[in-house]
Design a protein around this ligand. Structure first.
Ligand code: AMP
Length: 418
């Protein structure tokens, strides 16, 4: 038997109601905040991710699914969505008509990480991106929208962490101070961090290896190095979050794994998922549009890990389960033929209907109606057909109603919707 690829998974019909509920809640909320959906492809030129995410990141160094297509072009299954949305913003000159664009997208991402609970090689993200707005109010609003989504989904065990990564003006000073510290503690660092400390020292702050954590425990805080403009921006973000009663903590170690972030970065973390504590993350990337060949336009966005969100949404799954409203128990050829026609009409009228075409006995049909948890069973037996009527049985109250076969669907509609 051919099995799934390691790190990939099926989202089974029993689970998909919850996925849909989360996706629909996000769509409705984001659209109320002025976002519109964009659907970029899952395959892009490898160069796009190298240039945006950064060559010295784990994603680009070791996690991308990259292969040459038949003509030899290097292609990559997207490891994240922001790069594609930025490419699209530039390619379609969206900035020309109106530089301010709010877009969201939902779909699969691919990273060849070591699979474990909450970490898959194909996983899903809900992304939201805002282009053309440099104001800190947008940062705070985006965080508020994200937190509101979690609230709407009744997620309780989650915390907002925020930080500022400064800008090309102030970050180099911090980088230098951090590099000096790392140089003096090289012996404590893991192999990856020794390499990172030269090329991308901020990433060391993110390392989970205990000796590395220890080595940077008293590292300088980037917040102390912010230039006046970055400091004022970060202050306003915090001030607005406080005004809106969004609880957060400033986390100076929050640097995130991707190179393109500037100023505000944020993450939603949870204690409910063990080692994989980040459920959502994002930040400003004011330099990325220009770096990818577009005009200088500020931008900010976030990505929610949908697989992880599904695991922590504690909604009552049963309330989302979909059961047939009507189950037609049809006996004999003529009964089944009629049931087939009626069920099509009922389905088209928005009444979830199932029929069993097997021609089994009434007893086993009733058993099946129970199993699929139908609200009503419509019995179409030989005696009913002779009388030109059907019986509708309420499975909860056990009450039975007789309906004439004339105008049946219309009458059922009226009865069921009343
Ligand atoms: P990132 O694009 O790395 O900032 O990730 C954003 C969010 O996507 C994270 O907070 C996770 O919730 C989720 N995520 C990232 N990688 C994985 C993965 N391999 N499996 C499941 N979820 C992931």
């Amino acid at each position: 038997m051919i099995q799934l690829i390691r790190g990939f998974k099926d989202i089974l019909p029993e689970e998909s109601a919850l996925w849909q509920h989360i996706e629909n809640t996000a769509r409705a909320l984001f659209e109320d905040f002025g976002f519109r959906e964009i659907r970029p492809p899952v395959l892009e030129k490898t160069e796009l991710f190298k240039r945006s995410i950064g060559e010295d990141t784990d994603i680009v160094e070791k996690e991308m699914y990259t292969f040459p297509d038949r003509k030899g072009d290097l292609l990559t299954l997207r490891p994240e969505a922001t790069a594609s949305v930025v490419r699209s913003y530039i390619q379609h000159k969206m900035y020309a008509a109106d530089p301010i664009r709010k877009m969201y997208t939902i779909g699969p991402m691919f990273r060849r990480e070591r699979p474990q609970k909450g970490r898959y090689r194909q996983f899903y993200q809900i992304n939201a991106e805002v282009f053309g707005e440099a104001s800190p109010y947008i940062d705070a609003q985006l965080i508020f929208m994200l937190v509101s989504l979690f609230e709407k989904l009744s997620v309780t065990d989650s915390n907002v962490h925020i930080n500022s990564l400064g800008c090309p003006e102030c970050r180099p000073d911090f980088r230098k101070a951090l590099s000096e510290l790392l140089e003096s503690r090289k012996k404590q660092l893991c192999e990856d961090c020794i390499r990172r400390s030269e090329r991308n020292p901020l990433r060391v702050l993110d390392c989970k290896v205990p000796s590395c954590r220890e080595a940077v425990s008293d590292a300088p805080s980037i917040i102390d190095y912010l230039c006046p403009a970055c400091a004022a921006h970060f202050d306003t973000v915090q001030e607005m979050l406080v005004k809106q009663n969004v609880r957060f903590e400033v986390d100076k170690r929050l640097v995130r794994g991707l190179d393109y972030y500037t100023r505000t970065t944020f993450e939603i973390q949870t204690g409910a998922l063990g080692a994989q504590s980040a459920v959502a993350g994002g930040g400003r990337y004011d330099g990325l549009v220009e770096a990818l060949g577009g005009p200088s336009q500020p931008a900010i966005g976030f990505a929610i890990g949908l697989d992880r969100l599904v695991e922590i949404v504690t909604l009552n799954q049963e309330s989302l389960a979909k059961h047939p409203m009507v189950f037609i128990a049809a006996l004999g050829d003529e009964g089944i033929r009629n049931a087939w026609l009626w069920s099509n009409d009922l389905c088209m009228a928005g009444i979830r209907t199932e029929v069993d075409f097997s021609g089994r006995s009434l007893k086993s049909l009733m058993k099946r109606a129970d199993k699929v948890n139908a609200s009503y069973v419509m019995i179409v037996g030989e005696s009913e057909l002779k009388e030109g009527s059907v019986v509708l049985r309420d499975m909860k109250t056990k009450e039975q109603h007789t309906f004439s076969m004339d105008n049946l669907v219309e009458n059922l509609k009226t009865f069921l919707y009343q």
